[in-house]
Design a binder for this molecule. Structure first.
Ligand SMILES: *[C@@H]1O[C@H](CO)[C@@H](O)[C@H](O)[C@H]1NC(C)=O
Ligand SMILES: *[C@@H]1O[C@H](CO)[C@@H](O)[C@H](O)[C@H]1NC(C)=O
Ligand SMILES: *[C@@H]1O[C@H](CO)[C@@H](O)[C@H](O)[C@H]1NC(C)=O
Ligand SMILES: *[C@@H]1O[C@H](CO)[C@@H](O)[C@H](O)[C@H]1NC(C)=O
Ligand SMILES: *[C@@H]1O[C@H](CO)[C@@H](O)[C@H](O)[C@H]1NC(C)=O
Length: 205
């Protein structure tokens, strides 16, 4: 820049037969133009740099989108809550003491006669409803237990109430068996709306 400025001023100086005022005016003009050109160059350089910076930041996202074209970002799927429900597996006219169950699918509990064998360590929410088939004079105790501990215990006053509902959150280890008993034995309704046992898996370890 400075070189060309000198060259210009030299040239004008050589030519300068004319008035000093015009020369000074020309020099000022040239200097002004040079300053203007410098500013333009700086502006251009700045805009180019900015473009590079801007191009570099959106570029990865564009690439990500292209890579993800086959798998567009999915909204988080609601986690399916594992739930198992069991239906009575005895006759309506039977007097039952050890309640037996049937289930459609074997997921985390396996039915073995009156035993529900747990398949996975974890925390479970267990719920149970029992409906007696008839008003009976005796009180009935419904118990849910594993081989070494009682989990739920409820009583039915046969002459007054014939339905019992119980629920509890429990921790079970793999291989734990659940049994449901009715003492003394009684006729228990088998409709799935009246008597059922359900287990919801809350968490597994
Ligand atoms: C899709 O994009 C995500 C980030 O948004 C990235 O973790 C993932 O690896 C990309 N998928 C592919 C197949 O590149
Ligand atoms: C219920 O189970 C207990 C323990 O397994 C057993 O002693 C009892 O005889 C059973 N009762 C009936 C009616 O099967
Ligand atoms: C059932 O409840 C009623 C009223 O509370 C009571 O009078 C009756 O004795 C109870 N049944 C039995 C078998 O105790
Ligand atoms: C049944 O339960 C009631 C209330 O707990 C009690 O008063 C009654 O004695 C019980 N009846 C029998 C037969 O155990
Ligand atoms: C549960 O029942 C099964 C089958 O009867 C048996 O093999 C297993 O040992 C039982 N588990 C416990 C903890 O008793």
């Amino acid at each position: 820049m400075s070189l060309s400025a000198e060259y210009c001023s030299d040239k004008t100086g050589d030519r300068g037969g004319g008035g000093g005022v015009a020369l000074a005016h020309q020099r000022r003009l040239i200097r002004g133009l040079l300053v203007w050109a410098t500013l333009l160059t700086l502006g251009l350089a700045t805009s180019i740099t900015l473009q590079f910076i801007q191009r570099e930041s959106p570029a990865p996202s564009k690439r990500q989108i292209q890579e993800n074209v086959t798998q567009p970002p999915q909204p988080p799927q609601p986690k399916e809550i594992p739930i198992m429900e069991f239906s009575p597996f005895w006759g309506d006219t039977e007097m039952v003491e050890n309640l037996t169950w049937k289930t459609v699918r074997e997921d985390f509990f396996k039915v073995q006669q009156q035993l529900l064998m747990n398949q996975k360590d974890g925390q479970y929410f267990l719920y149970l409803q029992v409906t007696l088939a008839s008003h009976e004079k005796a009180n009935h105790t419904i118990t849910v237990e594993t081989h070494n501990r009682k989990i739920l215990n409820g009583r039915i006053n046969g002459s007054k109430l014939s339905t019992l509902f119980m629920a509890k959150g429990i921790s079970l280890a793999k291989g734990d068996n659940l049994t449901v008993t009715c003492n003394p034995k009684a006729k228990i309704r088998t409709r799935h709306t009246e008597t059922y046992l359900g287990v919801i898996k809350i968490n597994s370890t």
